[in-house]
Write a protein that binds this ligand. Sequence first.
Ligand SMILES: Nc1ncnc2c1ncn2[C@@H]1O[C@H](COP(=O)(O)OP(=O)(O)O)[C@@H](O)[C@H]1O
Ligand SMILES: [Mg+2]
Length: 406
Amino acid sequence: MTLMLPVPLPARVLLLGSGELGKEVTIALQRYGCTVIACDSYGNAPAMQVADQSRVFDMSDPAALSAVLDESDVDLIVPEVEAIATDCLSASEERGVRVVPNAFAVQATMDRQRIRTLAASLPGVRTSAFRFAHSAAELAAALDEIGYPAFVKPTMSSSGHGQSRVTGPEQAMSAWTHAEQDARAATGVVIVEEGIDFDYEITLLTVRSWDAASGTVTTSFCAPIGHRQEGGDYVESWQPMAMNGSALERARTMAKAVTDALAQAGNGPCLGLFGVEFFVRGDDVWFSELSPRPHDTGMVTMATQAQSEFELHARAFLGLPTSTALASPGASAVIKSTRAIDTPAYSGVATALATADIVRIFGKPISRSGRRVGVVAATATTPKESRVIARRAAAAITIDDAQNPS
Ligand SMILES: Nc1ncnc2c1ncn2[C@@H]1O[C@H](COP(=O)(O)OP(=O)(O)O)[C@@H](O)[C@H]1O
Ligand SMILES: [Mg+2]
């Protein structure tokens, strides 16, 4: 594969997944003159609203994805979601199209079985104890070995879908059924993880960027992001998360080990930003999972860093210099829809912006309750103060149905 770094601009980019994270990546790329073709399974998705072109199709269908890859003639493929027919990506990569960060990393991280097995095999990387189970009976046996509480998850899922916290053997059957029904793709296998009683959990945004002076890849880290999840879905995040020095050092070492392994196993320099998740208790740190792309909890960086996680991702895979410096402590809080709405009308944005730094309304067509439709981020002198401001500001924003007001 011929590889020019920095990538000659303007590049043509195929964005696979057009949610709120992809929308920000699109904007970052367009600032460097890139042409972005945004893809998703539904029309007018957030990134499509700002992209140069869009394609609506089922990205998990190999035939449909191959057809789009063939006709779009792009320089770079940038996956923004996990639900992709990843075999097509390897084929494109073999033909010389760069996949961000590489096809192997995209493939391995969409499957908990692959990424967990890989991470746990690396020296110095600690994970919770885990087993895989292929039936309800195997799950019951695995739970017996792992003990309680345990987490049962489909191997292909995200945002907490199909996940159960299991506290006793009598819940094995319902956990199996829930995982089978709510998985993104039926794999017939679940992961059983030892429940970690952590003090807090973090996302460590890890950036692999190109250093033109030395002609090598360097790894750098944003300040750790603390976050709170409800039902496996993020509701607020803050940066920096106060951590003791040795725990932070362990997390950085593990993040580097895992991202280096993804680089070694795949093609090319493996450039881009990764959201690496850890559980922390005292000095103890457990690697949990990672995304080879911006992370939802990292939306706080739109307020806290001069280069947000989206700007960092774009710069890194284009081969441009990056800086992970924190400009101010801050926090983000999500705005969720409380019901199914066809024609959303937002109010309270002015109230929110009286104290918060940014409001992002994603522009999603809202079809269900609980869907994330926006985010607020605020800065202050401490993360704690920022959290109060962000939460209040998010609560000030309400969504109604313009055609069918409540
Ligand atoms: N083994 C575990 N021990 C304790 N908490 C866990 C464990 N696994 C998951 N969780 C909780 O559930 C959340 C979502 O799990 P995660 O594996 O990150 O799934 P997803 O891919 O849906 O984000 C985590 O951020 C954490 O709060
Ligand atoms: Mg997660």
